[in-house]
Ligand binder design. Sequence first.
Ligand code: FES
Ligand SMILES: [Fe+2]
Length: 388
Amino acid sequence: MGDLDLSPVDLDGAMRRALKLVEQRTTDLALTERHEPAAHYVDPERFQAERALLRHCPQLVGYASELPRPGSFVTKEAMGVPLLLTRASDGRLRAFINICRHRQAPVVDGCGVAKRLACPYHAWTYDLEGNLTGVPGEEGFEQTRAASPRLTELPAQEYAGFLWVGLRPGTQLDVESHLGELGPELRAWDIGGWSPVGEKRLDADINWKLALDTFAENYHFATVHRTTFATVALSNCTVFDSYGRHHRLAFPLRAIEEAAGVPETQWRPLDRLVVIYALWPNIVLSVTSGNGEIFRIYPGERPGTSVTFHQNAWRQPLTSDEARAGAEAVFDYAHHTVRDEDYALATKLQRNLETGLSEFLVFGRNEPGVQHRAAVLTEALEESAHRN
Ligand code: FES
Ligand SMILES: [Fe+2]
């Protein structure tokens, strides 16, 4: 496979900068340190404001390849909202709240291909356009039938190979302007054509921002991931770029050192960098030469809890059991590392934050991703407080 196939996105600029940082034993730096109040991780009022803000943003909920053909459906959860996504015979993506109009059972679980979906409770059936098509014992529901109820539809859009939904019925979704200048770059990856490997759920006793921030710097690699990621990746060395409220990090792998002195055409940037996108406000996308992972991070029921859905898609088609088993092993490894190393440590931070004994956290100049995440969130919260 040639370099062009490996990196449809131009990473030469990032490679050049990474090589320089490695050579000078430094990292991209923010202008100053930032102090972040501990209250931002425990205060119920701020937590509610953050939840409201997330509910108003377009939400990336999966890969377009999870709905491979007309008749496909998949169920999801985002911000506690049960979702049913379908691709009906017209090929269009639709999203619904996965709650039966009868007695509110989930209409369907998991994913598959079907013409009609039958609720597991009393077998009311729906088509993939959300219409109620069958009610056993119809005479019991004359009034309801006359009103032709449908599943509650949510705005949905397929964009840059991902499935996006809006969590408020009747609103418009504009993913293109949400992504801004990052849109074309995400489209270029074509991750929507990669093979989905699975989805894992991680309920954690950490504020959702602590979860996000574990992906926003590699300063912790040498310690937290000493025996895992740090065996292949450098620590405290990051190329940082912001795109409005989104940002991109390039984490150099140890293999970058072999690229010094090699002609640019032979750099193969994806063999030497991991690219991490923080998609405002709560999505992390990690792209390597082999796969593209999504971390969908949502506030839980109180400030000290969050829910992460971790997904992986494999760049090569998974045509054999062996290939699938290999992809699953890579996915398991990454998931366990995040759960047992990052989130396990963050749980202890959350406990300390909740004691109220220490007033603030320090975000270093060498943690520009964390600083950016914190700055744009505070800015957005101020903006929405102003509007209301
Ligand atoms: S709850 Fe769905 S058919 Fe009764
Ligand atoms: Fe980590």
